[in-house]
Design a protein around this ligand. Structure first.
Ligand code: ADE
Length: 224
């Protein structure tokens, strides 16, 4: 899988994409992630990527030209199943969308900043608009990170234990069960006996029961 991210602030993205599981996935060539600096697609001395909004008002708007040039230059090299714009007014991201996107070959993600991107970018280039929740960030970079992280961990081979993906919270609309590791007793708190029993069927039953109870308690809406 290949993910291209278009941004005016590449430094916001480079460090989180070079750590932990994503770093390993890149090393294993399971995913290629390229960050494109919009300033490289400008032609003026100051490498301007934003401008004031027509009609007045506060904030700056990302100019259309660098985004068009950047996205189109990538599209001329390969075809993308989706061109995603991360924005607070997009559809709300969830596990189902992550599952769906993890099956794509090539994705391009455009990050807004300040007031967002010129509307013509959304009209002409973008095929899907995604929000990571009902709150406003200073830019789309952190949202893009969240989406990339949720997608990459689903790519076969990225996580050691593929089975654990199936019981992740939100897969099957159930939250995940509690987990424990050694020691079996810590500060007078004991790991449930069943987990130490070696009885795999009993453990599976217990975990399922915990998932149901946890979901009922914390996220009743998922059960309806
Ligand atoms: N950009 C600003 N706020 C955002 C949000 N909640 N989700 C995605 N992109 C955003």
């Amino acid at each position: 899988m290949r993910i291209d991210i278009v941004t005016g602030f590449p430094k916001l993205l480079s460090s989180p994409l070079n750590e932990s599981i994503i770093k390993q996935a890149k090393k294993k060539k399971l995913v290629t992630i390229r960050i494109h600096d919009l300033r490289r697609y400008t032609h003026d001395k100051h490498r301007t990527v934003d401008d004031t909004p027509y009609g007045g008002g506060a904030g700056m708007v990302l100019k259309p030209e660098p985004i068009f040039e950047c996205v189109e230059s990538q599209q001329s090299k390969r075809s993308y199943e989706e061109a995603i714009y991360v924005t607070a007014d997009g559809e709300t991201f969830n596990q189902k969308i992550a599952n769906e996107l993890s099956l794509k070959r090539n994705l391009i993600i455009v990050c807004g900043h300040y007031k967002g991107v010129d509307e013509r970018v959304r009209l002409k280039l973008i095929t899907r608009e995604i929000s990571i929740g009902d709150y406003v960030l200073t830019g789309g970079e952190l949202a893009a990170m969240v989406i990339v992280d949720a997608i990459v961990r689903l790519i076969p081979g990225v996580l050691g234990d593929a089975e654990s993906l199936l019981t992740d919270s939100f897969q099957e609309r159930l939250l995940d069960s509690p987990v424990y590791t050694r020691p079996a007793e810590y500060r007078s708190m004991c790991v449930p006996d069943v987990l130490l029993s070696g009885d795999h069927q009993a453990i599976a039953r217990w975990r399922h029961q915990q998932r149901l109870e946890r979901t009922k308690l914390r996220r009743k809406d998922l059960l309806s």
